[in-house]
Design a binder for this molecule. Structure first.
Ligand code: PEP
Ligand code: MG
Length: 587
């Protein structure tokens, strides 16, 4: 049994197909000066050929799977024009007089170093896209036939070093039972694709490709992140049972899709989705999301060589707003810095980036960037129900300054005669302790709050959220956190504004119930967690969670709080998740 990262839930049993990692044998040699232009042309032709192949794949994907999956291939097409990859290689051929393959490989290595040393997993994983594209150009340079999985004609489990997204989409869902790969993380595109195709997958298994023979039988447990090679008959029986249970469980959850997130004693809360781009909206809606509670817009700015224009942003936000209507979409303004950076927008090196030039601080200084985004958001709001949210607010001045800029932008749009939503609601993420403590004052200036618990915990407890060495101190039930959240919500309600929770706490079954008891009004969670959270809300009395929350507020340590919450709610959660919808809602 191997253990990796659970990338897409579900259990599957089947025969293995090993997708061999291609080894390119690349020779490096010097070319003569008079051969330079010819070599560049050869490289450019390979790039054009790659573009044509990508366009074809994009079209096919659009037809068979929809716009959402095809969106990724548009970003591949952008990569094929990326100066860091293309111009740099051409420059190398010219200046170092290298053959095209070797020049490309060198550029590649350089990019690999940059990307893989990035702190943020999402950026590190985007290197896989560059690898996918680079591999394709190499293929075409070496005139190799392109490898696909489309010839498969029996149901199999794919085992690979890594799956390129182009491989993932060239297979039909009916043929693939599951995936398991040596590398990758939860946010790799393969994982994202597997989740949206709802195919069980485990990634980051280390060396599964070395441990398995083609054609052998395996079990993939995407819930626990386990892969069993050559299982015993008992194991097969056990997992068949688990598979059946899981299918039934999912079916049961699907029943909830259009039911309201309402507790047994009648408290109805909002339940929206966190998304990082328009490609995730369909998935969210499939799981019954009531709109988007957090749209992390920074991903629109990443993996590219320029800033997104107003028109591009408008187009993107408009898609999200229209798809989510009649529900609302909360667009968070650019939250760069900390651990999210742009290659084309250099931020000075900081010793303490999480406490440095981040999010709203950066936007208030780079007013042009901020204004462009605000214009696009205001204009997109004309086509749906859109709200603005400022990240990392630490005091009133920031809110006022941001709102001043927002007013200027509105005036400009008015003058230009462009349609927009003048009455757009504006909220603040409460994720910095200073904001949490003056929530009473802030509440008078905002239309809503959203609890960014990921950062709120990090800043309040002084625990770097990306440092595994101090992870044991990252305690959502620390008395400080509970008191802060309680204060934020009370202050907001006193001013008649609502409070959402969009940090990871909201998607965790135990913490979600505690937030419910603390009187959070809206939960915003990853699309795939939506139904589970809805089931929990529907299976419990609000009063019961309020009692637990108020007792928790009196405890003095995280461990006491954890133990108490588990004792009060742990078994209950298990029972609710196991139960049938009707069982819970009997009077
Ligand atoms: C948070 O801090 O809780 C949050 C939702 O924002 P992010 O994770 O994008 O920092
Ligand atoms: Mg945050």
């Amino acid at each position: 049994m191997l253990t990796g990262i659970p990338a897409s839930p579900g259990i599957t049993i089947g025969k293995v197909y090993i997708l061999e990692k291609e080894d390119f044998c690349i020779l490096e040699y010097k070319i003569k000066e008079e051969e330079v232009e010819k070599e560049i042309k050869r490289f450019q032709e390979a790039v054009i050929q790659s573009k044509n192949q990508m366009k074809k794949i994009k079209k096919r994907v659009e037809k068979s799977m929809g716009m959402k999956e095809a969106y990724l291939f548009q970003s591949y097409l952008h990569l094929l024009e990326d100066p860091l990859l293309i111009n740099k290689t051409i420059e190398r051929i010219r200046e170092e007089r290298l053959n095209a393959e070797a020049a490309l490989r060198k550029t590649f290595k350089e990019l690999q170093l940059k990307f893989t040393s990035a702190k943020y997993e999402l950026i590190r994983e985007r290197f896989r896209d560059i690898e996918d594209i680079g591999g394709r150009i190499l293929h075409n340079l070496l005139k190799k036939p392109t490898l696909t999985l489309s010839h498969l004609n029996e149901k199999i489990i794919v085992i690979a070093y890594d799956l390129a997204p182009s491989d993932t989409v060239s297979i039909q869902k009916e043929k693939i039972l599951g995936f398991a790969t040596d590398i990758g993380g939860r946010t790799s595109h393969t994982a994202i694709m597997a989740r949206s195709l709802e195919i069980p997958a485990v990634v980051g298994l280390g060396d599964i490709t070395q441990k398995i023979e083609p054609g052998s039988l395996v079990i993939i447990d995407g819930n626990e992140g386990k892969v069993i090679i050559n299982p015993t008959p008992e194991q097969i029986k056990k997992y068949q049972r688990l598979q059946e249970n899981f299918i039934n469980y999912k079916k049961k959850l699907k029943v909830l899709k259009s039911l309201p997130p309402q507790t047994l004693d009648g408290r109805e809360v909002g339940l929206a989705a966190n998304i990082a781009g328009p490609q995730e909206v369909d998935l969210a809606l499939r799981y019954g999301a009531e709109g988007v509670g957090l749209y992390r817009t920074e991903y629109l700015y990443m993996n590219r060589q320029n800033l997104p224009s107003e028109e591009e942003q408008l187009k993107t936000y408009k898609i999200v707003a229209q798809k989510s209507a009649p529900h609302s979409v909360i667009i968070r303004t650019l939250d760069l810095g900390g651990d999210k950076f742009l290659s084309h927008f250099p931020v000075p090196h900081e010793i303490n980036p999480f406490m440095g030039w981040r999010a709203i601080r950066l936007c208030l200084e780079k007013v042009d960037i901020f204004k462009t985004q605000l214009r696009a958001i205001l204009r997109a709001a004309y086509f749906g129900k859109v709200k603005i949210m400022y990240p990392m607010i630490s005091g009133i001045e920031e809110v006022r300054k941001a709102n001043e800029i927002l007013s200027e932008v509105k005036e400009e749009l008015e003058k230009e005669g462009l349609p927009f939503d003048r009455d757009i609601e504006v909220g603040a993420m409460i994720e910095v302790p200073s904001a949490a403590i003056i929530a009473d004052l802030l509440a008078k200036e905002m239309d809503f709050f959203s609890l960014g618990t990921n950062d709120l915990i990090q800043y309040s407890l002084a625990v770097d959220r990306v440092n595994e060495k101090v992870a044991y101190l990252y305690q959502p039930l620390h008395p400080t956190i509970l008191r802060l959240i309680d204060n934020i919500i009370k202050c907001a309600h006193r001013e008649n504004i609502w409070v959402g929770a969009c940090g990871e706490m909201a998607g965790d079954s135990l913490f979600a119930l505690i937030l419910l008891g603390l009187e959070v009004d809206e939960f915003s969670v990853a699309p795939t967690s939506l139904l589970e959270i809805k089931k929990l809300i529907r299976g419990i009395k609000w009063e019961e969670t309020q009692e637990v929350a108020s007792k928790l507020l009196k405890l003095s340590t995280s461990s006491e709080a954890r133990e108490f919450a588990q004792r009060k709610l742990g078994r209950k959660i298990k029972n609710i998740l196991r139960s049938d919808e009707n069982e819970n809602r009997q009077p």
